[in-house]
Design a protein around this ligand. Structure first.
Ligand code: B1M
Length: 207
C-alpha cells in the first residue's frame, strides 16, 4: 500500500480502487499534498507523455481523467478548509474550445480552501459568459485555464471582452502551455503554474 498504488490506479484507469487507496493513505497520515503531487498529478503527466508518444489515445486519456477526478473528489474535503469568512470572489473556467477541466477544478478547490468564494463556469466557456458572471457575482478575480496552445488566444479575447465591457476584475491565468510572459502580453494581472501558487497570487491581488 503506497502512493505508487494510487499513481498506478490512474495509469490503469482503475477508478474503482482510487477511493479506497486514498482513504487508506489519509488514514495512515500521509501528507495530502504528497498524494496529490506524487500520486494523481504525476500519473496524469505520465498519461500525457504516453499520449504524446502515440502509446495511448483520447479514450484512454479520458478514462485516466475519470480516475483522477474520483481521486480529486476524495481529496477535496482535505484540501478545502471549512469555516472562516470569505476573502474575495472568484469566477473561474476553462476557456472557449477547451474541455480540459481537471487543473481548473483543482485550482477552484484550493481557492475555496484558501478562503475565496468560487463560481465555476465549467469548461469551453465563451468570453461573454465570463463577462456576465464577473458582473453578476461582483468578482474580484476571474481565473482562466487553458491546456491547449490552440485555445490560449481565447484568454486574450476574454481579457479584451472584460475590458470592453468596462469590468475591472483582475484576471489570472494558468494551464500547462501558459507562461508569465503570455500573461503580461495579454494584459492579465498574473499567471501561476500550479494550484497553490494560484491561491497565493489571488490573495496578493485582493489585498
Ligand atoms: Co488533452 N491534451 N487533449 N485531454 N490532455 C493535453 C493537454 C496534451 C499536452 C497531451 C499531449 O500531447 N502530451 C495535449 C495538448 C498539446 C498542446 O496543445 N500543447 C492534448 C491534446 C492534443 C488533446 C486533444 C486535442 C487530443 C485530440 O483530440 N486529438 C483533445 C482536445 C479536446 C479539447 O479540449 N477541445 C484532448 C482531450 C483530452 C481529454 C478530454 C481526453 C482529457 C481531458 C479530460 C478532462 O479534463 N475532463 C485530456 C487529458 C486528461 C490530457 C492530459 C493527459 C492531462 C491534463 C490534466 O488533467 N493534467 C494532458 C497532458 C498533460 O498535461 N500532461 C493533455 C492534470 C492537471 C492537474 O494538471 O491541467 O496542467 P493541469 O493543471 C495544473 C496547472 O496547469 C495549473 O494548476 C493545475 C494544478 O497544478 N493550472 C492553473 C491549470 N489551470 C490553471 C488556472 C490558473 C492557475 C493555474 O489560474 C486561473
Amino acid at each position: 500500500m503506497s502512493i505508487q498504488d494510487i499513481y498506478q490506479a490512474v495509469v490503469d484507469f482503475d477508478d474503482d480502487s482510487i477511493k479506497g487507496l486514498i482513504d487508506k493513505e489519509i488514514s495512515a497520515g500521509t501528507d495530502v499534498k504528497k498524494i496529490l503531487d506524487d500520486g494523481l498529478i504525476a500519473a496524469m503527466d505520465h498519461v500525457g507523455k504516453l499520449f504524446a508518444e502515440g502509446e495511448l489515445f483520447v479514450p484512454e486519456m479520458l478514462m485516466a481523467a475519470t480516475a483522477m477526478k474520483v481521486g480529486l473528489n476524495v481529496l477535496k474535503p482535505h484540501l478545502a478548509k471549512t469555516g472562516g469568512s470569505t476573502i474575495g470572489t472568484v469566477v473561474i473556467g476553462t476557456v472557449k474550445g477547451d474541455l480540459h477541466d481537471i487543473g481548473k477544478n483543482l485550482v477552484g478547490m484550493m481557492l475555496e480552501g484558501g478562503g475565496f468564494e468560487v463560481f465555476d463556469l465549467g469548461s469551453d466557456v465563451e468570453p461573454q459568459k465570463f463577462v456576465a458572471a464577473a458582473k453578476e457575482k461582483k468578482a474580484q478575480i476571474v481565473g482562466l485555464s487553458a491546456l491547449l496552445t490552440t485555445t490560449m488566444p481565447y484568454m486574450e479575447e476574454t481579457v479584451s471582452a472584460l475590458k470592453e465591457a468596462g469590468v475591472s476584475t483582475k484576471v489570472i491565468i494558468g494551464g500547462a502551455p501558459v507562461t508569465a510572459a503570455y500573461a503580461e502580453k495579454i494584459g492579465a494581472a498574473g499567471y501561476s503554474d500550479d494550484a497553490p501558487s494560484a491561491v497565493a497570487l489571488a490573495r496578493s491581488l485582493v489585498k
